[in-house]
Design a protein around this ligand. Sequence first.
Ligand SMILES: CC(C)(COP(=O)(O)OP(=O)(O)OC[C@H]1O[C@@H](n2cnc3c(N)ncnc32)[C@H](O)[C@@H]1OP(=O)(O)O)[C@@H](O)C(=O)NCCC(=O)NCCS
Length: 169
Amino acid sequence: MTVLKPKPVSASAIDGQVYKVFPNDLNAHHTAFGGMIMAKCDRLSLVVAERHSGKVCVTASVDSMHFRAPAKDGDTLIFKTAINRAWRSSMEIGVKVLAENSYTGDHKHIVSAYFTFVALDEFGKPIDVPEILPVSAEETRRYEEADIRRQQRLKNREAMANYRATRGG
Ligand SMILES: CC(C)(COP(=O)(O)OP(=O)(O)OC[C@H]1O[C@@H](n2cnc3c(N)ncnc32)[C@H](O)[C@@H]1OP(=O)(O)O)[C@@H](O)C(=O)NCCC(=O)NCCS
């Protein structure tokens, strides 16, 4: 079995990808459409997962996607995306989105989310990925917290499977 060398968070992170909001990005409430922002978060997180693993990855789940404030027409969205932790074949990627008024320089934090990606081999089966090497205190906090969320995800999956088994499928 090959032992994969742990990688630092900085090797795959995307810090500051920008997207200018135009009228075709708005919902009926005239604020930025949440689905558009979600799709961008998913795509950028995928790049982080594939950079980290060096493999084709798929989104396994998204949790804690919180829309904290709206973005407006003309705002500049700033996406910050980094890997929090890797397990056997899965990785948790955290995303934070800011909306910047580029004329005044004001920023607001509009979205936070955690994506889980799974790396696949050439047969489409989950394959081992390198571990993370947290360096800063912030990276260490995210690394520890990611495991708490994973335990919760596994617990939820198990509870749901048990419930379905008791209902006969
Ligand atoms: C994600 C997927 C590959 C997992 O396959 P699987 O046969 O369930 O694999 P396993 O049970 O062996 O789990 C593999 C890993 O995925 C993780 N995983 C599986 N389902 C998960 C979920 N819903 N949420 C978080 N992690 C999940 C497991 O915890 C495991 O992690 P580990 O290897 O780090 O311990 C499979 O469910 C799949 O292909 N889903 C569809 C993905 C997709 O189409 N995404 C949208 C388009 S990109």
